[in-house]
Design a protein around this ligand. Structure first.
Ligand code: TRP
Ligand code: SF4
Length: 325
């Protein structure tokens, strides 16, 4: 039986951190075996937040990270949204099937308007975010879309836009299903949301020394001042990482912390070993990829050939249905 088609994108924010790995990429690696996967660098969506410099480098770093964690170009089609005029064409068409109110009520848009304090500071691109996202999906007629919880309202809008298009133009586009996986939430080393802009992330390309230094800086239980003070692991960032990386030792760590049997330094060293062991093969793979000059560019260019072929077929159908040809 043919595999169902799956599409997902990641905004180009530069090299990736552990939050991306645990929240998205490990899931993508598994999905590659179950679905016909299309993964792309969402350059235009990243633009709705800020203008970026050096986009080719941003994209190359991100795709290199994808490949080094096991995204496999033999299994998945990898490409740049910004090379795909078909997404933009479909977005132009679908914008006319999208009531303005739907977009204005979208929670991410409302947040943007509130943050800017003034509507005029928010671009039309931001308003159109869900329409572009719908096009990213529909242009491949994808049935499955893995997204984080924060993206569910967008996907729900995509389904509505597609339904509305189909009701006018015939059943051309498939309604995509969200695929949500249970993903652990990793906080930044300062216990806030992990984000490059807070400077609190652990990057996949961290050297062992930097990783060690960052784990040393992690916020622990602030009440545990001296080595002999008992701690409360539930308020400790280090412990929240152990939940993800040391499930087999969790009870021991919890006990040890509460009874002051283990010190924070030992606890952090254990975490360092775990994360470092996980990153080691990823570093090695990245080394191989980077030694192979032009490889990442080749992967992207071949991906775009396939993507153009599939997207082109959908657009041909849509242009016919719209009466353009
Ligand atoms: N908005 C998504 C995010 O920020 C990225 C994205 C863009 C996407 N287009 C998509 C995800 C299409 C899935 C399908 O995570
Ligand atoms: Fe956190 Fe570990 Fe220190 Fe307890 S022992 S406060 S869990 S770092």
């Amino acid at each position: 039986m043919a595999m169902k088609r799956l599409v997902s994108g990641m905004r180009t924010t530069g090299s990736l951190h552990l939050g991306h790995l645990e929240g998205t990429l490990k899931n993508w690696v598994k999905l590659q075996d179950k679905y016909e996967c299309y993964f792309f660098a969402a350059v235009w969506h990243a633009f709705t937040d800020k203008f970026m410099e050096n986009i080719p480098v941003l994209v190359k770093d991100m795709v290199t990270d994808w490949l080094s964690v096991g995204i496999d170009p033999k299994k998945a089609v990898i490409f740049r949204q910004s090379s795909m005029f078909e997404h933009a064409e479909l977005s132009t068409i679908l914008s006319n099937f999208t009531p303005l109110g739907w977009l204005e009520r979208c929670p991410t848009f409302k947040d943007a308007v509130r943050d800017e304090d003034m509507r005029s500071g928010v671009s039309a691109g931001k308003l159109m975010y869900p329409v572009l996202m719908t096009s990213d999906i529909a242009v491949y007629n994808a049935e499955v879309v893995p997204v984080g919880k924060d993206q569910l309202p967008h996907l729900e809008l995509s389904r509505e836009i597609i339904r509305r298009f189909n009701s006018y133009c015939g059943q051309i586009l498939k309604e995509p299903e969200a695929s949500l996986s249970e993903v652990p939430l990793l906080l930044g080393i300062d216990n806030r949301k992990m984000s490059k802009s807070y400077n609190n992330s652990i990057e996949l390309r961290e050297t062992a020394d930097n990783l060690k230094a960052k784990i040393q800086q992690m916020i622990t239980d602030p009440q545990r001042v001296r080595r002999n003070d008992p701690g409360n692991p539930e308020v400790c960032t280090v412990f929240s990482y152990h939940k993800v990386y040391s499930p087999e030792k969790l009870e021991e760590i919890c006990e040890g912390c509460k009874t002051a049997k283990i010190g924070c330094r030992d606890c952090k060293n254990m975490l360092f070993e775990k994360i470092n062991n996980m990153l080691e093969p990823i570093r090695a793979k990245r080394g191989e990829i980077e030694a192979n000059k032009g490889y990442v560019e080749d992967v992207i260019v071949s991906g775009e050939k396939i993507a153009h072929k599939v997207a082109g077929e959908t657009m041909h159908e849509i242009r016919k249905a719209m009466g353009f040809i």
